[in-house]
Ligand binder design. Structure first.
Ligand SMILES: [Zn+2]
Length: 83
């Protein structure tokens, strides 16, 4: 996937941090195949993703009956498990 030359996005993502755009030091952090330069950027990235996910879940569950909390947790666990 990402090894194709057509995926310029992937290549640039591998060269620079996805959060701050900075160059990598000795250690790279990964979240969802996204390379990040530091723990700080990793936290920021995860926080942003968490916000997006909650927003999506909110949209998804808003039309469901009140007893959907268990389903919501199950969905969250699945999402976390893929990470
Ligand atoms: Zn960074």
């Amino acid at each position: 996937m990402c090894d194709s030359l057509e995926y310029a996005e992937c290549r640039s993502a591998a060269k620079n941090c996805a959060m701050c755009g900075g160059k990598f030091g000795l250690i790279r952090y990964y979240s969802w195949r996204t390379a990040l330069c530091s723990k700080k950027c990793l936290d920021l990235f995860r926080a942003r993703r968490e916000r997006d996910r909650r927003w999506l879940l909110q949209q998804h569950t808003v039309s469901q009956p009140p007893f959907s909390e268990g389903a919501l947790i199950a969905t969250t666990a699945r999402v976390v498990a893929r990470e």
